[in-house]
Design a protein around this ligand. Structure first.
Ligand code: OKP
Ligand code: ZN
Length: 344
C-alpha cells in the first residue's frame, strides 16, 4: 500500500512535557515518525509519497475558521507580547466556572479557551506541521477515493484529541476526522472510524457526536483512570440523530490481548451492522505492553492480527497514524497492522 509522509512533521517539536512531577523530553517526538517510516521502507510496504498542499477549505470542513486563525497566529502574538519560549496554556475552566461560547480577548484566556491541557506547546512552526499532517491524511483519503484498496497516512503530530476548536493531547488538527469528511464529501454516505489508539479520541467524539453519517468506535483506557479523563465512558452513545453512532469501550489498566480482542470483536460486529462504505482507522499502537505512557499489554504479533481483522471488513480503508511511544518497537507494531491487512 502507499504511504503518505512528509518530513515537514519536523516543524513541530514541543521539546519537553511535564510528566508525573518531572520535566522530561516529550514522548511525542519527531523520531516517532522516522522510526515508522524506516520500517515501512525496510519491509517494502510500497511507495512513500509526499502529500500535496491542500486548501484550508478541506480542513474547515471539520475545524472552525477562528480556531485555525488562532493556531496560525498565536505564536506571533506570544512574541509580540514580549514572551520567550513556546506557547503554553496553563489554566482551564473548572466545573465551578460558567461555560462560555465565545472566545475571550486576552491572550492567555484565549489560549485556555482553545485547549484542554498542556501535553504539547505551540511552536513557531506548529501550524505548518499540523497543516501538513492534515494534508497527509487528505492525500491518503484521495488515494483511496481514486481506487486504492487502502493507504497509510503517516501523520505527525497526531489528531484524535483535537476537536472542532481545541487542541490537546499532542493533537492540533484532527487528521482522521478530516479524512472521514473527505470520504463523505466525495460520494461516501457512511464512514466508520475505528479508533484503536490506547487513549480515548475525545476530539473525534466531539466532532461527530450528533451525526449519523459517521460511526465512531473506540477502544481505550477507562477515563476513570486514564487520559484524557472525563470523556470516553460507555454511556456516551451520541446525541440527536447521532444517538447510537458513538461506541466507547473503556478498558481497565492491565488489559491484555484476550480482553482487548473481545472488545475489538464487539466493535467489529457493530461496525459491520452499520454498513459503512469506507473505513478510517485511528492507528495508535500505544496499546503495546512496553509503551512508556500506557497500561495495556498487547504484543507485537497481535498487531498483525488486528490488521487482518480490519481487512475482513472488505472496505476501502485509510490508516491514520495516531499514538505509539515505545520507540524501539513502534515501527514494527504499526507496520505489522498494515502487513496483516495486506495478507488478507
Ligand atoms: C496522545 B495519543 C505522560 C502524559 C501524557 C498525554 C497523552 C496524549 C496521548 N506523562 N499525556 O492518544 O497517543
Ligand atoms: Zn494514544
Amino acid at each position: 500500500m502507499k504511504t503518505f509522509y512528509t518530513a515537514d512533521h519536523h516543524l513541530h517539536h514541543s521539546g519537553m512535557e511535564l510528566s508525573f512531577g518531572r520535566i522530561v523530553e516529550t514522548f511525542e517526538k519527531p523520531e516517532r515518525a522516522e522510526i515508522v517510516l524506516r520500517r515501512v521502507r525496510e519491509v517494502g510496504l510500497g511507495p512513500v509519497l509526499e502529500p500535496a498542499a491542500y486548501d484550508r477549505a478541506a480542513i474547515e470542513r471539520i475545524h472552525t475558521p477562528d480556531y485555525l486563525d488562532f493556531l496560525q497566529n498565536v505564536f506571533a502574538e506570544w512574541r509580540a507580547a514580549g514572551r520567550e519560549g513556546e506557547v503554553w496554556p496553563y489554566s482551564w475552566r473548572h466545573r465551578s466556572m460558567p461555560m462560555i461560547d465565545a472566545p475571550p480577548s486576552g491572550l492567555d484566556a484565549r489560549l485556555s479557551y482553545y485547549s484542554f491541557d498542556m501535553a504539547g506547546s505551540i511552536t513557531e512552526t506548529t501550524w505548518q506541521a499540523a497543516k501538513r499532517a492534515a494534508d497527509t491524511a487528505l492525500a491518503g483519503a484521495d488515494a483511496v477515493l481514486a481506487g486504492e484498496r487502502a493507504a497509510f497516512s503517516l501523520c505527525r503530530p497526531p489528531g484524535h484529541h483535537a476537536g472542532r476548536d481545541f487542541f490537546g493531547g499532542y493533537c492540533y488538527l484532527n487528521n482522521a476526522a478530516i479524512a472521514a469528511q473527505r470520504f463523505l464529501d466525495n460520494g461516501h454516505a457512511r464512514v466508520a472510524i475505528f479508533d484503536v489508539d490506547y487513549h480515548h479520541g475525545n476530539g473525534t467524539q466531539e466532532i461527530f457526536y450528533d451525526r449519523d453519517d459517521v460511526l465512531l468506535a473506540s477502544l481505550h483506557g477507562d477515563p476513570d483512570f486514564e487520559f484524557p479523563f472525563h470523556l470516553g465512558y460507555a454511556r456516551e452513545r451520541g446525541a440527536g440523530k447521532g444517538e447510537g453512532h458513538n461506541l466507547n469501550y473503556p478498558l481497565p489498566a492491565g488489559t491484555a490481548w484476550p480482553e482487548w480482542l473481545t472488545a475489538f470483536e464487539d466493535a467489529h460486529a457493530r461496525i459491520r451492522t452499520y454498513a459503512p462504505t469506507a473505513l478510517v482507522i485511528s492507528l495508535g499502537v500505544d496499546t503495546f505492553k512496553e509503551d512508556p505512557i500506557s497500561q495495556f499489554k498487547l504484543e507485537s504479533e497481535h498487531f498483525s492480527t488486528i490488521g487482518r481483522r480490519i481487512a475482513d471488513f472488505g472496505l476501502p480503508t485509510l490508516f491514520v497514524m495516531e499514538g505509539g511511544y515505545a520507540v524501539e518497537a513502534l515501527g514494527v507494531n504499526a507496520v505489522n497492522v498494515l502487513q496483516g491487512f495486506e495478507e488478507v
